[in-house]
Design a protein around this ligand. Structure first.
Ligand code: AMP
Ligand code: GLY
Length: 415
């Protein structure tokens, strides 16, 4: 987001809070511990004209409310609207009320109730932590034992917890992001994340290990997603007095019965954002301002006619216990059609060091998906980062399905 906003001719000064060494090349980084009212006070003092929010935690803390209370412009939903991400139980209730297609579910806060319910469902079944879990709170259980363990783990902790148990769905997954001002909905290009740590979609859930854009949705499906999912959400919230301004993230499963919602987030996805924004020609600052000022109907998006692929390089030990402080170095100039976006990094005396789970996103651009993947992996090869974890099969399912379709076997992506 910082990289894209920095390209806007309207920017006079750009700050990132707290930022990282990658953002420090584009913006002035200011220290920030996550306190939303402190940041609002700072922005007020500095006369910041527009703030864009990246992650979910400050949204769920009410950063948009704190800024709006001071008359400051902020691109991101208010706390009540951000609850579509902050509480899966809340999101599932909304979907039921607004008739949005999603997996059947039940919510539990009592462990014994949850365990006896699981006896009736059997496996496969999906157990989700209702609260924020950095994309790691979901267990797709293939056995009853695994489901019970996941439920017990979340519900027997010291804090008050809640889980959602939901029906197992199957099909290809796709992410559709949309910008909205609470009335107009502007969908971005569809993308696809890779949630599992290991190749072949195995291993533990992560925040996301790579993404491709655009994901080739079958004809008519994007319109169906807007009409049956995004519109009912935005209009339903508005009818309840909640105006959603910002980005809506719909994580979807393309089931035999049509697209169904796996989750909503209140922000750009990570790593979907890194794959989508390099394809966007339109000025992101202009788009965000139009959303904040309620004039999104004036906006038409323009896209570069390219494909992109993002490969995430994570620290060894991710997602449970990532190693911090490992050296990493990027080539002085990125290879052609490669972009590096830093995530969990910090600058040490000798150079860059790992400082979190997902360390770096490497994005490749190409005329088509195979070309984009070739550039992304050339970008990965040019990074020095020993023992980095990354998947070598990002985008492979879609590339193979497309290759097969050119042979005339299918005209739909298979996954
Ligand atoms: P979520 O954070 O809710 O999107 O879940 C993380 C991942 O778990 C998704 O990207 C899916 O791969 C998987 N998942 C979530 N819900 C279901 C479901 N009902 N059926 C099958 N897989 C699911
Ligand atoms: N890539 C999934 C997420 O941002 O939640």
């Amino acid at each position: 987001m910082c990289w894209k906003v920095a390209q806007s001719p309207q920017v006079t000064q750009l700050f990132a809070a707290p930022g990282n060494p990658g953002m420090a090349e584009l913006a002035e980084c200011i220290p920030w511990d996550g306190n939303v009212s402190q940041l609002a006070e700072w922005a007020d003092r500095e006369g910041i004209e527009l703030t864009l929010v990246g992650p979910e935690a400050p949204l769920v803390e009410g950063i948009a409310d704190a800024f709006e209370a001071r008359g400051l412009k902020i691109f991101g939903p208010v706390q009540k609207a951000a609850m579509i991400e902050g509480s899966k139980a809340f999101a599932k209730d909304l979907m039921a009320r607004f008739g949005i297609p999603t997996a059947r579910h039940k919510t539990f806060s009592d462990v014994l109730d949850a365990l006896s319910y699981l006896e009736t469902t059997g496996a496969p079944i999906v157990v989700k932590d209702s609260g924020l879990a950095a994309g790691k709170g979901v267990t797709v259980a293939t056995s009853l034992h695994q489901a019970k363990q996941a439920a017990a783990n979340i519900l027997s902790g010291p804090e008050r917890a809640e889980i959602v148990i939901e029906e197992y769905l199957s099909g290809p997954e796709v992410t559709v992001l949309a910008v909205t001002d609470g009335i107009t909905i502007v969908p971005l290009l569809p993308s696809q994340d890779h949630k599992r740590l290991l190749e072949g979609d195995t291993g533990p859930m992560t925040g996301g290990m790579g993404a491709i854009c655009p994901y080739p949705l079958p004809p008519g499906v994007l319109t169906e997603i807007v009409e049956r999912i995004l519109k009912p959400l935005v209009e339903g919230l508005r009818a309840e007095g909640i105006v959603y301004r910002g980005v809506i993230y719909a994580g979807l499963m393309l089931t035999d019965e049509g697209p169904k919602v796996l989750e909503f987030n209140a922000r750009f996805g990570d790593p979907e954002c890194q794959a989508i924004l390099p394809l966007l020609k339109t000025d992101l600052l202009e788009l965000a301002l139009a959303a904040v000022e309620g004039r999104l109907h004036e906006q038409r998006l323009e896209w570069h006619p390219l494909a992109s692929a993002c490969v995430v390089m994570a620290a060894p030990g991710y997602p449970d216990d990532p190693h911090k402080g490992l050296p990493l170095s990027l080539p002085p100039a990125p290879p052609e059609r490669v972009l590096y976006f830093q995530a969990g990094t910090r600058r040490g005396p000798e150079g860059l060091l790992t400082h979190g789970g997902r360390v770096l996103s490497v994005v490749g651009l190409g005329e088509d998906l195979p070309g984009a993947l070739e550039r992304a992996y050339a970008g990965v090869a040019a990074v020095r980062f020993e023992h980095a974890l990354y998947r070598r099969d990002i985008g492979r399912k879609v590339s193979l399905a497309k290759a097969a379709s050119r042979g005339g076997e299918t005209d739909q992506p298979k996954a």
